[in-house]
Ligand binder design. Structure first.
Ligand code: EPU
Length: 430
């Protein structure tokens, strides 16, 4: 039997990238992580069998399935579908062992309150992005009749009588908008959510709720109106395409050069990013299959600032910083959503990038080329950005802690290598 030293084992769990291009061909874009997690939570709203299609095979979906199972719900994967059987009685609790692995598990709050009148959800705590409070979720749910208490690290919530009301969010928070929508769908009367988040995943959730018999209008705009209904039914629904995964492949073709087609991607959900990438030298256009993209020659620098949708997504920022590292000129990147989220910068600097950060700004002076190095992923998007950076680096880049990438990308290394990238996922043996 082969003996593996723990350190060797860790070293072997990595994604290895060798620079060089170009990327060519089609790549299938999966269903959106940030939609499917909420749709899974929404299935708690009523008894019956739900089918979700176009579900990415990623670790976050597996953890959310465990969150549902802990409540007594059966979840099975069949190909790219998830079959969710929600029994009449469930245990409306999400334990810390699961919520600390998946912040998005707080999405069960709204559906549990509407579906059972109770919820006990362990607070997930902060992460690499800085503090991740859920005060807006709580304020929004309180406005329609939920009561909250925090004790022992858990949120205990009850809702004897949900009554529609006006909910003004302090910030267009994605998670707060979704939680309020999912609870309001069963409230008595009308809920109007103002300053709502406008992300495509919110519209996907509204479509799902409406198919269940809900009455949600205005999703995709800043004012969402939810007329409460008494009954909902289980449904079959295909998850919207993942615009951040699509953005990752656009960044990859920007770094490696080449011509690719993002099959299933939605150009209408990526307008701001495509405009910025166009300024940088990545050409994109809508294609009957999704999005066509091409890049030849050196990238050009631009300034970017992250904003809620339809602004430039914060989830694309690490990708853009990686691209600006090798672009001609100087670019300034401003983060407006999260206080942290620059940790991967030190890793890019180990690869030769010239980046200075000052509070929520980064100034990036493009260098001619990066050099491959051992680096470490600190979150999903940071990890993806380091792999993408490796495509434009001389030599080998070994990205450690690839489990972060597995949380949100289905077979990332496999998809890149099918496009011609020299990218391999190495797994520990023994
Ligand atoms: N915020 C509060 N209080 C709240 C809620 C949010 O202060 O009650 C603040 C946050 O701290 C942050 C800002 O509001 O500064 C935006 O947070 P938002 O609630 O919009 O984000 P989220 O719902 O927690 C989702 C995505 C993130 C993505 C953000 C922004 C999921 C599972 N996550 O998070 O995606 O970055 O929206 O678009 O939908 C990722 O996929 O890697 C990821 C982190």
């Amino acid at each position: 039997m082969q003996r593996v030293h723990p350190e060797d084992s860790e070293r072997q769990d990595r994604i290895e990238v060798r620079g060089g291009g170009p990327l060519e061909g089609p790549v299938a874009i999966s269903g959106a992580k940030n939609s499917v997690l909420k749709l899974m939570a929404a299935s708690l709203l009523t008894e019956g069998t739900f089918t979700l299609r176009n579900v990415p095979d990623i670790d976050d979906v597996a953890v959310m399935a465990d969150v549902l199972r802990a409540m007594g719900v059966a979840v099975r994967r069949i190909g790219d579908a998830l079959v969710i059987e929600r029994p009449a009685a469930i245990t409306p609790e999400a334990p810390y062992a699961l919520t600390e692995r998946l912040r998005a598990s707080t999405a069960v709050l709204g559906p549990l309150l509407a579906g059972t009148g109770h919820a006990r959800v362990a607070l997930p705590g902060g992460d690499d992005f800085g503090p991740r409070p859920i005060d807006m979720h709580i304020a929004g749910l309180e406005a329609i009749g939920c009561r909250f208490e925090i004790a022992g690290g858990d949120v205990h919530a009850t809702a004897d009588n949900l009554v529609g009301d006006s909910v003004l969010l302090e910030f267009p928070s994605v998670g707060a908008t979704e939680n309020v929508m999912m609870a309001a769908v069963r409230a008595k009367g009308t809920t109007v959510i103002d300053n709502a988040a406008r992300e495509p995943e919110i519209a996907d959730l509204a479509g799902f709720l409406n198919r269940m018999g809900g009455q949600v209008t205005g999703a995709g705009t800043s004012t969402i109106t939810v007329e409460g209904v008494e009954e909902l039914c289980p449904v079959d629904h295909a998850v919207v395409s993942d615009r951040i995964e699509a953005a990752t492949f656009l960044a990859a073709v920007g770094m490696a050069g080449g011509e690719i087609t993002l099959v299933g991607a939605r150009p209408d959900h990526m307008a701001m990013l495509c405009r910025k990438l166009g300024e940088m030298g990545v050409r994109t256009s809508p294609d009957p299959d999704g999005i066509w993209a091409m890049c030849t020659g050196r990238l050009r620098s631009v300034d970017v600032s992250t904003l809620p949708y339809p602004g430039l997504p914060t989830d694309c920022k690490p990708l853009l910083v990686a691209m600006l590292s090798v672009a001609e000129g100087v670019g300034i990147v401003t983060e407006n959503l999260f206080s942290g989220r620059f940790r991967y910068v030190d890793e890019l600097m180990r690869m030769g990038a010239d980046i200075r950060t000052e509070s929520h700004h980064a100034v990036i002076r493009g260098v001619e080329s990066l050099s491959g190095a051992p680096v470490r992923a600190s979150d999903i998007r940071a990890g993806a950005a380091l792999v993408v950076a490796g495509l434009a680096a001389d030599g080998v880049t070994a990205v450690a802690d690839p489990h972060h990438i597995d949380r949100g990308y289905e077979d990332f290394a496999g998809k890149l290598s099918a496009l011609g990238g020299d990218v391999r996922r190495l797994r520990p043996v023994g």
